[in-house]
Design a protein around this ligand. Structure first.
Ligand code: AMP
Length: 223
């Protein structure tokens, strides 16, 4: 089972991705995490990539594409869930070429749809509980609204993640994601156009529901 997942920052892509990964026992291949591993290990690739990542820019294709394809090709799990790649039309085409060349079948492409303003509010509304980072709190999501300025689960103090409050950085990331000419959405639509002809399923999920309702819709569409 091989799956691509698309969704803007703030869409719950990580949560839904984890669910799919568990259901099919997949190797979760996340381009951002691969970069972070390289940076942590102090590799040459990591040093180069860091310059771009720190600025919120895409790492150039001559570094990113071979790196991700190599990890995909060396995966020995029952399948993979590719997350964070492709992020542009060029990456989408190169990935498709590589899959064709290696005779690898794609089963699902998932796109989580969320209007840009909603995605931005969600990121800016996130609050972290001092007692447990897994306690969900978000000022802009009714189902998990904090209790005043305290954690809705345990009453603990809440803090903000610095990068969540950086509007410029959020806008930059969303500029890339919502660009349907050459950016990430263009990459997603490249697969949407291929789906029927090539025999894989393109699943569009409305990201405005609750985590549970999105989960249920997603599960009902997977085999
Ligand atoms: P993420 O964890 O997916 O938000 O990725 C963190 C950073 O890694 C991004 O802001 C980019 O700088 C870089 N990155 C991740 N995936 C890609 C990709 N497919 N193409 C280029 N840069 C990427």
């Amino acid at each position: 089972m091989n799956i691509l997942i698309f969704g803007p920052n703030g869409s719950g892509k990580g949560t839904q991705g984890a669910l799919v990964k568990k259901k099919y026992n997949l190797d979760h291949i996340e381009s951002g995490a691969i970069f972070r591993k390289h940076i942590g290990g102090g590799t040459e690739l990591g040093l180069k990539a860091k310059e771009y990542i720190d600025k919120g820019e895409l790492v150039p294709d001559d570094i990113t594409i071979p790196m991700v394809l190599e990890v995909l090709q060396s995966s020995d799990a029952e399948g993979w869930l590719l997350d964070g790649f492709p992020r542009s039309i060029v990456q989408a085409e190169k990935l498709w070429e590589a899959l064709q060349k290696d005779g690898v079948k794609l089963d699902y492409v998932i796109e989580i749809l969320l209007p840009r303003e909603v995605a931005k509010n969600r990121i800016m509304g996130r609050r972290l509980c001092a007692n447990d980072p897994n306690h969900p709190n978000n000022k802009f999501i009714d189902a998990i609204k904090p209790d005043g300025d305290k954690c809705r689960v345990c009453g603990g103090d809440l803090t903000e993640r610095a990068d969540d409050q950086d509007e410029g950085a959020i806008n930059k990331r969303h500029d890339i994601y919502y660009d349907d000419k050459t950016g990430t959405l263009a990459g997603a639509y490249f697969y949407k156009d291929l789906a029927a002809k090539e025999g894989f399923k393109y699943i569009e999920l409305n990201g405005e529901g609750t985590i549970d309702s999105i989960k249920e819709t997603l599960i009902s569409q997977l085999d």
